[in-house]
Design a protein around this ligand. Structure first.
Ligand code: DAH
Length: 350
């Protein structure tokens, strides 16, 4: 091939040259303009060309070299643009750096679970204030002003505005205050649960705290019976802890229910054979309950001659304790991530 033909062939090659990466641009530069590159070699061969041919060929070759140079710049810029358009080069096969994820608080997990069980059988969720008045926390629930039952709950009173006594305002000691608000504001049939925080003036220890969580339940309609109460609580216990658990009701006393009962469940930890959690009795107490006292219905504007109802109240920490066996109640409030991150996968059967 004559030198002139080689120039023409290289021009065509330059036109077609492509590069997708910086590496390919460099390969192009070496192949064309490098020390042993095609263009460089042509210049070496030029030395042997006859004088009369030199002028024309020299011009073509200089043009070729400029073209190769320009093409190189173009390819280099092209790769630069692609790099900008796609952002930094990412290795999609590299293992990802996982962001630490948070987890729900165990009390939240258990509360959501309780709420879920009752919403599926038609209970609504209702809320009330944490700073409550005497009427809703005590009076309407049948706690007479000098009733000894008030001693059951050590109340935190809240100071009133300047010059007023705080006697009528307190941090609610139980979520039963919400059943009063619901009954005052709605007509039966009422089927509701009220989850929330409650406060009691207790010395803080592994087994007691001045704030904790309860879920109150209330069902008022015509003909609601104690059997309905027991059936509902049995359904709850089995849904929460497993179909094998049993419940039993023991007579008890609450000012706002008559009759009243304490609910025990066969120990979900040892299956009833006896362990340290159930103090070797095979039973653990899970909540209080009863038929709403007719006086409470009247206090809230519901006719006890027409309607009856049941109520129950459980401690969320208590239920959580039976699931997670947290040894110290204070841990629920410390928010130590080493504690919290253990609840990422909740051990619930559904
Ligand atoms: N309020 C009670 C407490 O804090 C719990 C309770 C017991 C609620 C019986 C009820 C009930 O609705 O019927 O200890």
């Amino acid at each position: 091939m004559s030198l002139m033909d080689r120039v023409a062939a290289l021009e065509a090659e330059l036109d077609k040259a492509k590069a997708r990466t910086a590496e390919e641009v460099e390969q192009f530069r070496v192949a064309m303009l490098g020390r042993n590159g095609a263009v460089t070699e042509l210049f070496d061969a030029f030395k042997t060309v006859a004088v009369e041919e030199k002028k024309l060929l020299g011009q073509r070759m200089n043009k070729l070299k400029q073209l190769a140079q320009a093409r190189f710049e173009e390819l280099k810029d092209g790769v630069g643009e692609t790099a900008i358009a796609t952002g930094p080069q990412i290795d999609l096969t590299a293992p990802s750096l996982t962001e630490p994820t948070g987890s729900l608080h165990p009390i939240t997990i258990v509360r959501q679970r309780i709420v879920g069980i009752f919403s599926r059988i038609g209970y609504t969720v209702s809320n009330g204030p944490e700073v409550e008045d005497d009427h809703h926390n005590f009076g309407a629930l049948n706690f007479a002003p000098d009733h000894p039952a008030r001693d059951m709950q050590d109340t935190f009173f809240v100071a009133g505005p300047e010059g007023t006594s705080g006697a009528d305002r307190a941090l609610r000691t139980h979520t039963s205050s919400v059943q009063v608000r619901v009954m005052e504001n709605s007509k039966p049939p009422i089927r509701t649960i009220s989850p929330g925080r409650v406060y009691r003036n207790e010395a803080i220890s592994a087994r007691a705290h001045c704030m904790f969580h309860q879920v109150e339940g209330l069902y008022v309609d015509k003909g609601v019976s104690f059997a309905d109460l027991k059936g509902t609580l049995d359904h709850f216990a089995k849904s929460m802890f497993g179909a094998e658990v049993k419940i039993r009701l023991r007579p008890s006393y609450f000012p706002f229910t008559e009759p009243s009962a304490e609910v025990d469940m066969s120990c979900s930890i040892c299956g009833g054979s006896g362990c340290s959690i159930c103090k070797h009795s095979g039973w653990v107490e899970i909540m209080g309950c009863g038929m709403v006292d007719p006086a409470v219905l009247s206090n809230c504007g519901i006719d006890p001659e027409v309607f009856s109802g049941f109520a129950f109240g459980m401690g969320v920490e208590r239920i959580a304790q039976l699931i997670y066996r947290v040894p110290d109640l204070r841990m629920y409030w410390e928010n130590d991530v080493r504690f919290l991150e253990q609840f990422k996968a909740a051990p619930f059967r559904s």
